[in-house]
Design a binder for this molecule. Structure first.
Ligand SMILES: [Zn+2]
Length: 222
C-alpha cells in the first residue's frame, strides 16, 4: 500500500510547485522541489489550458507563434527528440531524485498522451462536441509500470503514436479546425486549440527531463 501511495505521489512531481513559480516569475529547476522531504508532492491537477493563449514561462514554448498547420511537423520533431532521449547515452530509467519521473517514465506518459489525444481528435472530427472519456494519468503511470518498460520499445511506440496523430492533423482542413470537444472537467477545445495544447505537453515534458527550454520561433507562414 505504501509503495503504491509513494508512487502515486511521485508520479507528477513538480508541476504544481512550478505553477506557483510561474505565477511569481521564478525560474525553477525541475529537481529543486524534491530536495526537502517536507515538500508535499501532489499529482498534477492544474488546468494548463492557458498554454494555448500565452507563452509558457517554464519550457519557453509560445504556442501562438506556431500556426495550426505547423503542429503536425512539430509533433514529429518532438517525438524524434524523445526517441533520442530514450535510446541515447545515459540511462533513461534513472530518476534524477526519488520523487521526479525518469526520462523513461515521462516518455511513457508522452506516448500515452499521443495515443489518447489521437482518440480524442478522432472523436472531435467525427462526433459533434464530444465529451472526452476521463483519463487518470497518474493512475496510468502506476498501473502500466512506466518505470519498468523497455526504453527502446517505448521509443518505437512513441514514434508510431506521434506519426498517427500527426497524420490525422495533416488531414484536417477548413472548418474542421473549429470543431469542438470538451474534457470531463469542462475545459473545452477546438481542434486548433487542441493541437496547440498537445504540442505544448510534449515539449514541456522534454523541458521537465532536460531542463532545456524550447528553442526557436515559428517559421514565417509555417
Ligand atoms: Zn511549458
Amino acid at each position: 500500500m505504501m509503495r503504491v501511495l509513494t508512487e502515486i505521489l511521485a508520479a507528477r512531481p513538480h508541476r504544481g510547485t512550478s505553477w506557483i513559480a510561474a505565477l511569481s516569475g521564478i525560474t525553477e529547476s525541475p529537481t529543486l522541489v524534491v530536495e526537502s522531504s517536507a515538500v508535499t508532492i501532489v499529482p498534477d491537477t492544474k488546468d494548463w489550458t492557458w498554454v494555448v493563449k500565452r507563452p509558457c514561462p517554464e519550457c519557453g514554448l509560445d504556442t501562438q507563434s506556431y500556426s495550426r498547420n505547423a503542429v503536425a511537423g512539430m509533433i514529429r520533431d518532438t517525438a524524434a527528440a524523445w526517441q533520442d532521449l530514450l535510446t541515447g547515452p545515459g540511462d533513461p530509467r534513472l530518476r534524477p531524485s526519488p520523487a521526479v519521473w525518469s526520462a523513461l517514465e515521462y516518455g511513457c506518459h508522452v506516448r500515452d498522451v499521443l495515443q489518447l489525444f489521437d482518440d480524442r481528435l478522432r472523436l472531435m472530427l467525427t462526433v459533434d462536441e464530444p465529451r472526452y472519456p476521463n483519463w487518470d494519468q497518474d493512475a496510468a503511470a502506476v498501473a502500466d509500470r512506466y518505470g519498468e518498460q523497455d526504453p527502446a520499445a517505448v521509443a518505437g511506440s512513441l514514434g508510431e503514436a506521434a506519426d498517427a496523430i500527426a497524420e490525422r492533423f495533416e488531414g484536417v482542413s477548413g472548418n474542421q479546425w473549429q470543431r469542438a470537444g470538451s474534457r470531463s472537467d469542462g475545459a473545452s477545445f477546438t481542434v486548433e486549440s487542441f493541437a496547440h495544447y498537445l504540442i505544448h505537453d510534449a515539449v514541456h515534458h522534454l523541458y521537465d527531463v532536460t531542463g532545456t527550454q524550447h528553442a526557436g520561433s515559428a517559421a514565417p507562414g509555417a
